[in-house]
Ligand binder design. Structure first.
Ligand SMILES: C[S@@+](CC[C@H](N)C(=O)[O-])C[C@H]1O[C@@H](n2cnc3c(N)ncnc32)[C@H](O)[C@@H]1O
Length: 176
């Protein structure tokens, strides 16, 4: 993810706000034995909220010397992250290649990432996300400064773990 309010942070460390993670956790059902991966841990905003035993959770993070793009992981059932914006395509392709056939892959991304003309071949190659609930209100990433973009969770839910309220294309994140 990257900020659109003019402030740039080195290495693209934009932790996902707690309320945004909480809203997602309310609509996912993890299964016993699920193996989870957070490809870029950051400050653990997502990793620490995944309610699975620690031994079933894996992570990568450049700041810890684990480059996701060059580190091999065994097959995972659930992968959730907010990736470095500039590496989203590479991250997504790798995550899909590591996902179990009945797995669930969830990335936080700007909604307008979907409509870009130059990414049409990319989406044709990897497949469009199955569910894209828009996050309401818009998340704030940088020190309380407001971000003008719409964001959504991009969800490939082969394993049907995510149950969105019927007909709802928004996911309300409560709190400040
Ligand atoms: C937008 S932040 C999000 C952090 C975390 N996923 C979250 O949701 O709060 C992106 C993170 O990706 C890390 N990162 C950047 N390139 C990476 C790479 N090649 N492999 C692993 N982590 C990387 C950055 O250090 C940063 O912590």
């Amino acid at each position: 993810m990257s900020s659109t309010n003019g402030k740039t942070i080195p290495k693209e460390l934009y932790p996902t706000p707690a309320v945004v993670v909480d809203a997602l956790m309310k609509v996912i059902t993890f299964r016993e034995g699920d193996k989870f991966l957070e490809p870029c841990y950051g400050t653990g905003a997502i990793f620490n909220k995944v309610p699975l035993p620690r031994m079933t959770k894996s992570l990568a993070e450049l700041a810890f010397g684990i480059d996701y793009l060059t580190t091999e992981f065994e097959q995972k059932d659930v992968i959730i992250t907010n990736p470095p914006f500039s590496l989203t395509e590479q991250f997504l392709e790798k995550s899909l290649s590591e996902l179990a056939p009945d797995g669930t892959l969830i990335y936080l991304q700007r909604l307008n990432y979907l409509g870009s003309k130059k990414r049409v071949p990319f989406w044709a190659r990897i497949g469009f996300p199955h569910k894209t609930p828009v996050i309401v209100p818009r998340p704030r990433f940088v020190g309380g400064g407001s971000d003008s973009c719409e964001y959504a969770w991009f969800i490939w839910d082969f394993g049907s773990r995510v149950a969105l309220p019927q007909g709802l294309s928004h996911l309300i994140s409560e709190g400040k």
